[in-house]
Design a protein around this ligand. Structure first.
Ligand code: SF4
Length: 642
């Protein structure tokens, strides 16, 4: 059966046996898991055996693009990859808007599932129906840009998803990079590709995607494009870093964004070091967009003057990613941009790399490692040390070989108390501190299946909100009225005293559904949508009848099967606790001092979250009753009754 919005097929490629097969996409799979991240999650749950070594041939890589990807719906170009993460040992999921997803669908595939290990370096070429496994020996070892160019020289105008030298050397936070600048980041999926001797996937599709109700679809798209384009936030995000002070600066002042391996705040950051004025004058050059997005807030950076004059490249978050390197002690645009350029070329995650460098500097300064461990390299928070460590991590040389293991394993290997300075949840470092305040997005880092990531906690509390904001927002994502009265009672309408942890459960469900359709979480896009709008778009695009509660339940099912994947790998409530440093060290931010988190406070938030989710409070596992309600009883039996 041909579906509108979907290509209608899953492509299976086994690299060990060099076998290729295609299967139709099942309607039940769509109704239960939507597509993209959701169907990827179900495929990963079914195909990755418990206890699989993430870097073994038995691990499975699932590419997937949801039903809105490749259409004209604004801001719905995100697609991604799921596998078992070599960084966390749990479910590893990542997405990008500059993805090969649209092209995969035009070639006829919603998902590509890759198993096994090739005998020698290969890449996969998908040219509509023609799928081949090609020799990649001559590009093995080359950087992202060069590898992508050489594949295009050989094949023509293909979209390319590719690893660099870091993925080949199994750096546990190696990225896959799509079309030279779309990061499949954070959880080491580049190393999984490297472990399979798989350098790249190149794809060209010419079949297009049909929609079910063309007139209604175009009317909805026109309205949404108008809403996105009219948002004043578009100009702020798109041009000259105008967002730096109101966004990055505000977070630094609140102590949510911190520096030097989470050791202290940097409230002066955008006033003194990373100023918008210098960014606009010397660093930013232009903007570009993901497919079908009128916001176009990604950036072309081109340094004018100074030691890196002329350094030019594209970055997804052009100001935030260089500033991230303040965690490694870097406090100027030039060196931050240089670090990002290196990580992008080598195919390693910029954020994790910054943290690893910060961690190494701090434990060196505390005497836990010495010059003997670093091969004579002095770790003094300098840019020179950072550049050297980026190269050593990529090549797994010297101390870089240990740091390439990621924060959890590296700190355990180093020992001597290094674990106390390893700031992570489930092996992944948080982007936001929790010591100054708790809100939905930073609390969400504790329960996210991929570790300390905030994306699926995205909602309304990046800016502090009163109960009345929660009450008006909650219906738009499908929270039932009786739950709204528990989460944010009328009596708390004018206070901040309402339950962020309970609302997070509904945010997780809604975002799991909308991300599986392909939605971008940035503030120019996500607030323009609601459950009702997505329901209308879903029918106009696919012709498949799913009402609002069907869609939200699918989101809940996706979130729960991801949790079950992790439970099957041994994760439980203890893995949802904040890092040691946040529970033990105070945080100084300018003239303010925030105490360490209290375990009792976090436990209370987790209790509320599990209760709202229908998860067991003692273990953090979904209960059989919850799984039955989601038609996940078979999966529950497999995991909970083992
Ligand atoms: S808002 Fe930015 S990141 Fe999101 S889809 Fe548009 S261009 Fe891409």
């Amino acid at each position: 059966m041909k579906y509108h919005g979907y290509a209608g097929q899953i492509l299976y490629i086994d690299l060990t046996g060099e076998s290729i097969r295609k299967e139709p996409l099942d309607l039940d799979l769509i109704k239960n898991f939507i597509g993209g991240m959701g169907i990827n999650s179900k495929l990963a749950f079914d195909l990755i055996k418990p206890g699989t070594d993430p870097l073994s041939p038995e691990n499975v890589i699932c590419y997937g693009a949801g039903p809105f990807v490749g259409t004209l719906i604004p801001g719905f170009s995100r697609s991604g990859i799921i596998s078992k993460s070599p960084l966390t040992g749990l479910l590893g999921e990542s997405q990008t808007g500059v993805s090969i997803g649209p092209m995969l669908k035009y070639a006829g595939y919603d998902h590509v599932v890759i198993t096994g290990r090739a005998e020698k370096p290969v890449y996969i070429a998908i040219d509509d129906d023609n799928v081949t496994i090609k020799d990649a020996t001559r590009i093995w070892g080359k950087e992202i840009g060069e590898s992508t160019n050489e594949i295009r020289d050989e094949l023509g105008d293909f979209w390319v998803s590719c690893i660099g030298p870091a993925g080949e050397r199994l750096v546990r936070f190696a990225n896959i990079i799509e079309n030279k600048n779309g990061m499949i980041g954070r959880v080491g999926l580049g190393a999984v590709m490297g472990s399979k001797n798989l350098k790249a996937i190149a794809v060209r599709g010419t079949k297009g995607i049909t929609v079910f109700q063309r007139g209604k679809f175009l009317k909805l798209v026109k309205e949404l494009r108008g809403k996105v384009a009219a948002s004043p936030l578009v100009d702020m995000w798109r041009n000259e870093g105008k967002i730096i002070e109101p966004y990055e600066g505000a977070y630094m002042k609140r102590g949510v964004y911190v520096t030097k391996n989470f050791s202290k705040g940097i409230p002066e950051g955008v006033d003194e070091y990373f100023t918008q004025k210098e960014y606009a004058e010397r660093i930013w050059k232009n903007y570009y967009a993901c497919v079908s997005c009128p916001a176009g807030d990604k950036g072309v950076l081109s340094i004018k003057g100074g030691k890196y004059d002329g350094l030019t490249f594209k970055v997804s978050n052009p100001w935030g990613t260089p500033i991230t390197f303040n965690q490694a002690g870097i406090r100027n645009w030039d060196d931050g941009v240089k670090c990002v350029n290196m990580t992008n070329r080598f195919g390693i995650d910029a954020f994790t790399t910054a943290i690893m460098i910060g961690f190494a500097n701090e434990i060196y300064q505390k005497g836990i490692i010495s010059k003997e461990d670093t091969g004579g390299l002095k770790l003094n928070w300098s840019a020179e040390a950072a550049f050297k460590l980026i190269e050593q991590i990529t090549r797994r040389e010297g101390i870089g070989d240990i740091l390439a293991e990621g924060i959890k394993i590296a700190s355990q290997k180093i020992g001597k108390g290094a674990e106390k300075y390893a700031v992570h949840v489930k092996g992944l470092e948080p982007t936001m501190d929790l010591r100054p305040e708790h809100f939905i997005e930073n609390f969400g880092q504790l329960v996210d299946p991929r570790g300390a990531h905030h994306a699926r906690g995205y909602s309304i509390t990046y800016i502090p909100r009163k109960g009345k904001s929660a009450r008006s927002y909650a219906p738009s994502i499908g929270v039932p009225e009786d739950r709204i009265d528990v989460i944010a009672p009328e009596s708390e309408a004018d206070t901040n005293n309402w339950s962020k942890s309970r609302l997070l459960k509904w945010v997780n469900d809604y975002n799991s559904m909308s991300f599986s359709c392909g939605m971008c979480m940035r503030i120019q896009i996500a607030p323009q949508y609601s459950l009702d709008i997505i329901k209308d778009l879903f029918y106009a695009t696919t012709g498949i009848e799913m009402n609002s509660s069907d869609l939200l339940r699918a989101g809940e099912r996706i979130w729960n099967i991801q949790r079950l994947f992790n439970v099957r790998e041994g994760a439980s409530r203890k893995d949802d606790m904040p890092p040691y440093r946040m529970l033990n060290d105070p945080l100084v931010v300018g003239d303010k001092k925030f105490p360490p988190l209290k375990e009792a406070d976090i436990n209370e938030l987790l209790d509320e979250y599990y209760d709202e989710s229908g998860w067991d409070k003692d273990t953090g596992k979904p209960t059989m009753k919850t799984l039955d309600n989601l038609n996940l009883e078979n999966e529950g039996e497999l995991v909970l009754n083992r």
